[in-house]
Design a binder for this molecule. Structure first.
Ligand code: MLC
Ligand code: AMP
Length: 585
């Protein structure tokens, strides 16, 4: 079988490209990728804009047509960069049919169409995201662990033109359709099963639309009670990924074990995008599992990188101590992990005991970096051992500007050559562009001179290295690397049908915890009518799991007689923490 191509005038044509002598493959795949096959799209429709990420993928194919981009562990199949580009071109052509004449190259839109998609971490996710980007639409990745109600909130807020639904999540179709309304089609994301390592053609490349087009919208919690859509352009995400590639020297020999969720930048940019941009291979797992990671590490040299949140390292250390230490696989495990090129921790503070234990096992000082949905990565320790400072997240990444300001006055703290602390502010091409349809929140998050106010407090040492001291707001909780709004959890508890007849008042706080960073704790008073039946944690969790992701649901519940308020009627959460959760001396 061969694919016929017609080329529009003025467009570049790479289809008559041949592999270098000796590499041209006689083998033609038994079938073209399933999108191209099943949807009967003409090859004329299938093209890819020259976005930096796609050009990099094309360069990977040109350098090595067999180069694997994605290993999908759920399917147990590998997909080359060549196949990826073809599948993306085919799905993009299909998406365009739904976008009613939208053309990112010729029109100026105040809002690009959003396309939400729900897919497990794996090849289908990557094809969907790249196809959305290729169509010039905004990718809105939905969270695979969200219950229907949270997905419906995201859909109602993102107001997408189209929803792509992987069959794994078919159970949500009716609920999503009800929320989105009949005008928003939900189309099935057909799982791709072809695994042709020798895919011999490239799709047609066309001139890119402006990189200032919006590309990615990630829902993030803040000090308000509802998550906001944080929008970044192609320029931004490309910059964020390139800055990491430069700092951490990702390269085409890299092989990443990817275990993070793909609705946040840690998984999307640091893991997936930067590795593929550099021509490396991403081995994708639908979920983190300590045993699986150790099994892979035991195969020394088969992978080179790992990136995760501190809770994952805590689990890896526990697994090693319980199941590997003292067994015959101990030395293979130690040697395998020590052979990795790069192991990075971030998204939350890395507890020193976890860092020490991991170093003892692996010989690796975890590389710590600091980031945020709105900024990508801002600070990082260096690749060189001497540039890894205990407890520090290092220095500004290439192209990123960082400063400290006085918390109250907002005055910039100039470097005095001594330790100083203040609020971290960031500037640079790494910054997001806006919170979707929330111009006031966007304006509030920047200073008048255009610096983004992160809300994090940090110390800057004499050598310029930064140490994160914590959040300015007690209403933001970080648990397992997830950012959680205490106000959102409070609102959902009080609004829950089964809980509202029981709970009178509730205060949600983050309690320090070595495994999770912080745990979500609820301090509640009960209504008189419920005083005799009471409320236990299991019941609270059962009801709340229908309303919100499991990681937001409190894992600690304290029932108290009363919650103290000041003259203004406000609760002092720092006092609540001291009163009920002070560590035992
Ligand atoms: C799950 N549980 C939690 C929890 N997550 N409890 C407290 N805090 C949490 N965060 C509960 C579940 O409800 C479940 O309870 C029990 O713990 C076990 O769940 P699990 O399924 O085994 O947990 P697991 O899925 O293994 O989750 C652990 C994890 C995951 C660390 C792998 O939380 C994770 O992938 N975190 C990464 C988040 C991330 O990518 N953040 C980056 C944001 S971007 P029950 O009762 O149901 O049994 C960002 C910017 C930057 O921050 O700088 O990177
Ligand atoms: P998110 O909004 O989910 O992207 O989370 C961003 C927040 O995670 C930052 O504002 C910090 O509070 C926190 N964070 C990220 N990296 C680190 C780190 N290395 N150490 C401490 N906190 C971190």
């Amino acid at each position: 079988m061969s694919i016929e191509v017609s080329v529009s005038p003025g467009h570049h044509d790479y289809n008559d490209w041949h592999f270098p002598a000796g590499q041209r493959l006689d083998f033609l795949p038994a079938s073209v990728p399933s999108y191209a096959n099943s949807r009967r799209l003409s090859k004329d429709d299938q093209s890819i804009p020259e976005l930096p990420l796609f050009l990099a993928a094309r360069a990977s194919v040109l350098a090595d047509p067999h180069k694997v981009a994605i290993i999908d562990k759920s399917k147990d199949k590998s997909f080359t960069f060549g196949q990826l580009l073809n599948d993306v071109a085919a799905l993009k052509a299909e998406l365009q049919q739904y976008l009613a004449g939208y053309d990112p190259t010729v029109s100026s839109y105040t809002e690009e169409p959003r396309i939400a998609f729900l897919a497990p971490a794996g090849y289908d996710y990557v094809v969907a995201q790249w196809a959305i980007w290729a169509a010039g639409a905004v990718s809105v990745p939905l969270c695979t662990s969200h219950p229907l109600k949270e997905l419906q909130y995201t859909i109602s807020d993102a107001d997408p033109s189209l929803i792509l639904l992987h069959p794994t999540f078919k159970k949500f179709e009716a609920g999503l359709q009800e929320q989105a309304g009949a005008a928003t089609p939900i189309i099935p994301l057909t799982p791709l099963t072809e695994s042709s390592r020798n895919f011999p053609f490239l799709p047609r490349f066309t001139s890119s639309f402006p990189l200032s087009r919006r590309a990615l919208m990630i829902y993030t919690s803040g000090t308000t009670s509802r998550p906001k859509g944080c929008i970044s352009t192609h320029e931004t995400i490309t910059f964020q990924a390139r800055s990491l590639v430069e700092a951490w020297k990702y390269n085409r020999n890299d092989h990443l074990i990817h275990v993070l969720p793909l609705h946040h930048i840690h998984g999307i940019i640091n893991g997936l995008t930067a590795t593929l941009l550099a021509g490396g291979t991403v081995e994708m797992y639908p979920k983190f599992d300590a045993k699986t990671v150790w099994n892979r590490w035991q195969q020394k040299g088969s992978t080179t990188m790992f990136m995760a949140v501190p809770t994952v390292y805590s689990r890896l250390v526990d697994y090693f101590d319980t199941n590997i230490r003292g067994t015959e696989s101990e030395s293979a495990s130690r040697e395998g992990v020590s052979a990795l090129r790069l192991i990075v921790s971030g998204s939350a503070a890395l507890p020193t005991p976890v860092k020490r234990k991991f170093a003892e096992i692996s010989g690796h000082e975890l590389l710590e970096r600091y980031g945020m949905t709105e900024i990508g990565m801002g600070l990082s320790c260096g690749l060189e051992r001497e540039k890894r400072i205990d407890g520090s997240v290092g220095w500004a990444l290439p192209g990123v500007k960082v400063r400290l300001t006085e918390e109250k006055s907002g005055q910039v703290i100039t470097s005095s050559g001594k330790d100083e602390s203040g609020m971290i502010e960031i500037k640079g091409p790494n910054l997001f562009s806006e919170y979707f349809r929330r111009p006031e929140s966007t304006a509030d998050s920047f200073t008048q001179d255009g610096w983004f106010k992160t809300g994090d407090v940090a110390k800057r040492a004499a050598n310029g290295a930064y140490f994160i001291l914590g959040r300015d707001s007690v209403d933001i909780i970080k648990s397992g690397g997830y950012k959680i709004s205490a106000l959102e959890v409070e609102r959902k508890i009080l609004g829950n049908e089964a809980l509202s007849p029981i709970i009178s008042e509730v205060v949600v706080v983050g309690v320090e915890d070595e495994e999770w960073g912080q745990r979500v704790a609820a301090v509640a008073t009960l209504k008189d009518s419920a005083a005799s039946t009471g409320l236990d944690l299991a019941t609270l969790r059962k009801y709340l799991k229908e309303d919100m992701a499991a990681y937001k649901v409190p894992t600690i519940l304290k029932i108290v007689d009363s919650i103290e308020r000041n003259a203004m009627g406000k609760v002092n959460k720092k006092d609540i923490l001291k009163q009920y959760f002070a560590p035992l001396q």
